[in-house]
Design a binder for this molecule. Structure first.
Ligand code: IPD
Ligand code: CA
Ligand code: CA
Length: 273
């Protein structure tokens, strides 16, 4: 695998290399599960019919955790399926083994493996593997971000009418802010899309395919890898990790730098409240 950043701190270089390898391998394993998805038993989390999980999510997370722990036993890990361990460590991995599980289980090609890394509490590298489209999004804070070998660059749109805005919400909290945002976006001539994977929509903001992406509430494993990509691609994000953001999640906005303020106004005070 090419290393686009030859002068990287060795501690980050090794982790960056491993994260890309594990994400690609996990995505390949995910594809095998995806092809036999009709035979997977589906469970619903916490009584929410829309919040689904299967053995594929659990096996992929175990695979990734195992690979990380073998190489870096001193690091902490937070994963959607396996929970948190050693969060006081200098490096903490934040993993979503399948982001877009509802798409995965319904045969829609919008899902990915997301692996992010915090260094002393700051997002420092991100890798998102999308096997359906043969795309690996990856980047390191201060060094750039790419999709496969192509540099990422966020949208230069100045107004929401100039492109597509990703959106999302979930049932337990925050959905009351969703329709007012959509109304405002449409009133200003914007248009929305939701593909069911917060990690992929974040990567698409970094790639300039979406001008921005708002979700009424996300969890850190949905977006931590993507946050590095957006920042490296010249985009902006809200203060997602504030308060209990790492463990509990927060409202979430990422966008091209010149359209961020307009989208932030459309969301209103709930964004950083
Ligand atoms: C979900 C996706 C979705 C978002 C939900 C997330 P999952 O993650 O990112 O786009 O709207 O809030 O929970 O459950 O597929 O890992
Ligand atoms: Ca997720
Ligand atoms: Ca998930």
């Amino acid at each position: 695998m090419n290393n686009p950043i030859p002068d990287l701190d060795p501690r980050l270089r090794q982790r960056y290399q491993l994260a890309r390898e594990l994400a690609e391998e996990a995505a390949g394993k995910g594809l095998e599960f995806y092809r036999k998805r009709v035979s997977l038993k589906v469970e619903h989390k916490a009584g929410d019919q829309q919040d689904v999980v299967s053995i594929a999510d659990r096996e992929l997370e175990l695979f990734i955790r195992d690979g990380l722990q073998q190489a870096f036993p001193e690091d902490g890990i937070l994963g959607e399926e396996g929970g948190a361990q050693n969060l006081d460590a200098s490096f903490v991995w934040v993993i979503d083994p399948i982001d877009g599980t509802a798409c995965f289980l319904n045969g829609l090609h919008n899902w990915c493996v997301s692996i992010g890394l915090l260094q002393e509490g700051e997002p420092c590298l991100g890798v998102i593997a999308d096997p359906n489209h043969a795309e690996l999004f990856h980047g390191v804070r201060g060094h750039g971000a790419w999709v496969n070998d192509e540099p990422l660059s966020a949208s230069e749109a100045q107004h929401v009418r100039e492109g597509l805005t990703g959106v999302g919400t979930f049932h337990p909290e925050g959905k009351q802010h969703f329709m007012p945002f959509l109304q405002g976006l449409l009133d200003e001539g914007g248009m929305f899309m939701r593909n069911g994977s917060g990690a992929l929509m974040t990567a698409y903001v970094a790639a300039g395919r979406l001008i921005g992406y708002y979700e009424t509430r996300l969890k850190s494993w949905d977006c931590l890898a993507g946050l590095v990509l957006v920042q490296e691609a010249g985009g902006r994000c809200n203060d997602f990790l504030r308060g209990e953001g790492l463990l509990e999640g927060n409202p979430y906005l990422v966008a091209g730098a010149s359209v961020y303020d307009q989208l932030s106004r459309l969301v209103g005070p709930s964004l950083d409240g």
